[in-house]
Design a protein around this ligand. Structure first.
Ligand SMILES: NC(=O)c1ccc[n+]([C@@H]2O[C@H](COP(=O)([O-])OP(=O)(O)OC[C@H]3O[C@@H](n4cnc5c(N)ncnc54)[C@H](O)[C@@H]3O)[C@@H](O)[C@H]2O)c1
Length: 334
């Protein structure tokens, strides 16, 4: 069994990662770590893992940890990921792995030199309804994707996070990183970017990002100006086919048929919908189970895992470009 240690026992670890890891085949959580004694004690009790540490170095040494799961602020991710990689310990880091692109580049280089498995938490890539969406799009009858649109709207953060001095970068690292990651999966590495930004008096922002690749155009509508969390995606192909996924729940697959049916017009549009069972919830639907299982398999079987530090770099480069554009617009609007 792969010996896993988890560092950071806050909301994300205790609500999502630890429960999902409990079911991960081929791995065993051997210890937890948090600098906050109350959080550590509460996680130790709740998950029945007796080995709790306030210092991650102690956890690694005492429990002969082979892989680490990190869920804290990005400064913590960068520091502990560096230590892990230098000690040949595989490391999975919640998003955002680092504050800056330069830090991520250094970690990616180091991990490649030392041949250490790395992973970044992009659970939506592994969410079951999104995998169905991608599966439908990969069928030959769907044709070639032309336009990928995503709305990822939240009501936070409106202020800087993690001690950063910039609310825009905080939002991009905390929230927009998800839709940017999904959109880049459909584009070539080269794309033109156009961004429009709106800012409200309460510090919230709303962004429209148009990413124009040579084959597919991506449109991201994201921001902290929404009343609540809204997430949907859609894809249009050159065969007039369309797939929509709403709230990681309802899938609508649309197309045109030339088949002759009495009384009905030809050609006519059709629409197939798929709704999950009310019982289909939890870590498989949200992708936490899938990303952690994939990370374990990447270590134990050399399988394709969640995005590595290297594979995360295009997301950071997009974040840098969007941040520059938003800041320039907001400065002009002042
Ligand atoms: N993928 C997702 O859907 C998703 C959702 C929520 C949060 N996240 C990410 O998960 C991470 C954690 O978020 P959270 O909401 O759990 O935050 P949180 O503040 O609730 O928890 C972070 C924990 O890390 C601990 N910590 C900080 N520095 C430490 C150190 N040096 N050593 C050990 N422990 C340390 C803190 O004491 C705290 O308990 C963030 O990076 C966030 O972006 C991802």
């Amino acid at each position: 069994m792969l010996r896993l240690g988890v560092v950071g026992c806050g909301e994300q670890a205790t609500n999502n990662l630890l429960p999902a890891l409990k079911n991960a085949p081929g791995a065993q959580i051997v210890g937890l770590c948090d600098i906050d004694a109350a959080r550590l004690d509460s996680a130790v009790q709740r998950f029945g893992i007796t080995a709790g540490y306030r210092d991650y170095r102690e956890l690694i040494k005492s429990q002969s940890v082979e892989a680490l799961i990190l869920a804290g602020p990005p400064q913590m991710h960068a520091e502990i990921a560096d230590h892990a990689v230098r000690n040949n310990i595989a490391v999975f880091v919640e998003k955002p792995p680092t504050v800056t692109t330069e830090q991520l580049e250094r970690l990616a280089d180091l991990a490649e030199t030392r041949k250490v498995v790395t992973g970044v938490g992009h659970n939506l890539r592994f969410a079951r309804p999104y995998l169905v969406f991608c599966g439908l799009a990969s069928e030959p009858e769907f044709g070639r994707p032309q336009s990928f649109q995503i709305r990822f709207l939240c009501n936070k953060p409106k202020e800087p996070l993690w001690g950063l001095d910039c609310a825009v970068r905080s939002f991009l690292l905390a929230q927009a990183i998800h839709p940017i990651d999904l959109t880049l999966q459909w584009l070539d590495s080269d794309y033109d970017l156009a961004v429009t930004a709106h800012a409200a008096a309460d510090g919230s922002i709303l962004l429209h990002c148009l990413l124009q690749g040579s084959k597919v155009t991506g449109l991201i509508v994201t921001g902290s100006m929404a009343p609540s969390f809204i997430f949907d995606v859609s894809l249009i192909s050159d065969q007039s086919m369309m797939i929509g996924l709403d709230s990681l729940w309802n899938i609508a697959y649309r197309g045109v048929s030339n088949e002759k049916v009495p009384y009905l017009p030809t050609p006519r549009s059709w629409r197939l919908t798929s709704e999950p069972s009310p019982l289909d919830s939890g870590y498989i639907r949200s992708g936490y189970q899938g990303e952690l299982d994939a990370f374990v398999r990447a270590i134990t079987h050399g399988a394709k895992g969640p995005p590595t530090f290297r594979e995360e770099l295009p997301v950071y480069r997009a974040i840098d470009r969007i941040e520059r554009s938003v800041k320039a617009q907001l400065a002009r609007g002042r």
